[in-house]
Write a protein that binds this ligand. Sequence first.
Ligand code: SAM
Ligand code: DTB
Ligand code: SF4
Length: 331
Amino acid sequence: MQSAIRTNWTLEEIYEIYNSPLLELVFRAANIHKKFNDTAEVQVCTLLSIKTGGCVEDCAYCPQAARYNTGVNVHALMKKDEVLSYAQKAKDAGSTRFCMGAAWREVRDNRDFDRVIEMVKGVNEMGMEVCCTLGMLTETQAQKLADAGLYAYNHNLDTSSEYYDHIITTRTYDDRLQTLDNVRKAGVSVCCGGIIGLGETHEDRIKMLHTLSTMPEHPESVPINALVAIAGTPLANNDKVDVWDMIRMIATARILMPKAMVRLSAGRTSMSVSEQALCFMAGANSIFAGDKLLTTPNPSFEEDDAMFQLLGLKPRVAFKEEKALVEEITN
Ligand code: SAM
Ligand code: DTB
Ligand code: SF4
C-alpha cells in the first residue's frame, strides 16, 4: 500500500487535485476524511486578542498594523486574571482549545513575555489545549512556552513564497519558516495555514499548499482564512472570496494532509450554514468559536451550537491524541 501520509507531493499532483471537477474533489476529500478522522467531530477553538493593534509589521490584510488607519483600539497586554476568566467562559461554552493572539512582530524577552508564560500555565491548568500566536520566536522562547504547557503555536505562511512580498515587506518567508522550525524543535504542535483573497493566483494557493504538505511533518492544524477586507488597509477593496474557492482549498488541504485539523477560519460570518456544511463535507474539522476572532466579528456560540445540532456535529474533546495513546499503552 502506498504510504497514506505523504510529504513528497509534487506541484503537478497538487495542481491536478486542486483543479479537479469540484464535486469529484469534494467526494475524494470526504472519503479521505472519513478514513482518517471522525467526521462528526469538529474542534472548537476560541481566540482572544491579548495585545491588540499598534503592530510594527506591514501585513497588507491586517487591521492591527499601526501604519494603517483601521479604527482598531490599541490595547496593551491584558492582565493574567482577565485572560483566565475569558478562558473559563470559552471552556464553559464548549471550547477545548484557547488561542491567545498578540499584535507583535516577535516575542521579546521582557516582562510581557513572562506574563504570557503565566497565562499559558493558567490555561493549561484549566484542562484546555493552549495555543499562542505571538509573531516570531527563537528556539529558547519556544522551549520556555513549551515548558509552561503550551500545546500549539499558530504561525501562518499566509500565501506562496513568490507572492509573499506583495503582502508583507517587513519580514521574509524564511523568517516564518525559521520560527516554525523553532516551534517544532520545542515539541510544540504546529498550526500553520494561510489566507485566500489577498489577490493571489490559484498557482500561489497551490504553492502554499505544496510548502505545507511537504514539510518533514505536516502541521497538526491548517487554518484556511478568507480575507476579512478591512477599511484602511491596502486590501480594503479586494473582491469577496468565492465560497467555492474556500471549499476547493479545504478539500485539497484534506487530501494532501489527511490527519491535520483543517480549520475553517476567518470569513464564516459571510457564509451560510449550507456553505459551511459543504466545507465540513470537504474535510474541515475545526472552527474558531465566539463572537469575535481577534478584532473582527465571528458567529456567536449560540449560532454555532444551532449549526452543530442541525448538522449532527459534536465538539472534539481536548487532548484526544494523548488520551488515545494512554489508552493504547494501558490496554
Ligand atoms: N502577530 C502575529 C503574527 O502575525 O504571526 C499573530 C497574530 S496575526 C493577527 C495571526 C494571523 O491572522 C495572521 O497570520 C493572518 O493569517 C490572520 N489574519 C490577520 N488579519 C486577517 C484578515 N483581515 N483576514 C483574514 N486573516 C487575517
Ligand atoms: C488564523 O489563522 N486565523 C486567526 C488566528 N489564526 C489567529 C486570526 C484571524 C484574524 C482575522 C482578523 C481579525 O479578527 O483581526
Ligand atoms: Fe497583524 Fe501579525 Fe502582521 Fe502584526 S505581524 S500586522 S499583528 S498579522
